[in-house]
Design a protein around this ligand. Structure first.
Ligand SMILES: Nc1nc2c(ncn2[C@@H]2O[C@H](COP(=O)(O)OP(=O)(O)OP(=O)(O)O)[C@@H](O)[C@H]2O)c(=O)[nH]1
Ligand SMILES: [Mg+2]
Length: 190
């Protein structure tokens, strides 16, 4: 069965989003580092894979966090041919700030790295801009996210690549449509 992976930083709401899309209850938590192993959930003719989050996790050493990241990279590499689609989940409220902080230190932001890595492997990516309820100006925020991922603003040009969601309130209808459209396109390509 082909899979759809949900990947992203810890605590951005990957598991909450999968629950909103599938109705299947998953472990969700207020602190980063809740999902520790890949977990598979059936979705239509696909398998959704809930990935552990990368980045800061309280109580885990730097080596431990690096190991989690490496596991994620290896999982994606090893399964690339079976992955139909990747949903990269970001926290709308903090994404730009975190990316800019890394860039200021002349480091390559991990989320941008993941986005490019998926493209290098020819995996289609949809960015789910979650926790949109925490954002004051949705358009400015989404423009900022698009720009940092190399998509020229306005974000509305990229409606098939970046979709605002509020997983917590179950506001995921548009993402469902975009996922369906992508899967249909991918099936036609084959
Ligand atoms: N305000 C708000 N909070 C949300 C939203 N979606 C998820 N959350 C909250 O974010 C926290 C983390 O959610 P999870 O689904 O566990 O996040 P995750 O990305 O799976 O985290 P890891 O498994 O640790 O990588 C929880 O407290 C959720 O209730 C949202 O749309 N808005
Ligand atoms: Mg999780």
């Amino acid at each position: 069965m082909k899979e759809i992976i949900f990947a992203g930083r810890s605590n951005v709401g990957k598991s909450t989003l999968i629950t909103a899309l599938t109705g299947k209850k998953l472990r969700i938590g207020r602190r980063p580092g809740v999902t520790r192993k890949t977990f598979q959930i059936p979705y239509q003719n696909y398998q959704i894979t809930d990935m552990p989050g990368f980045g800061f996790i309280n109580g885990i050493s730097d080596e431990g966090m690096e190991a989690i990241k490496n596991n994620i990279v290896h999982y994606i590499e090893d399964n690339a041919r079976n992955i139909a689609l990747a949903v990269m989940v970001v926290n709308s409220k903090s994404f730009a700030e975190i990316v800019d902080r890394w860039a200021e230190r002349n480091e390559f932001p991990v989320e941008v790295e993941l986005f490019e890595f998926l493209h290098e492997l020819d995996i289609h990516v949809v960015v789910a801009a979650n926790k949109i309820d925490k954002v004051k100006d949705v358009d400015i925020t989404l423009d900022g996210i698009a720009e940092r991922l190399g998509m020229e603003p306005p974000w509305k040009q990229w409606k098939d690549n970046i979709v605002p969601v509020c997983a917590k309130k179950g506001e995921v209808g548009e993402l469902k449509k975009v996922i369906q459209k992508k899967l249909d396109e991918i099936n036609r390509e084959r």
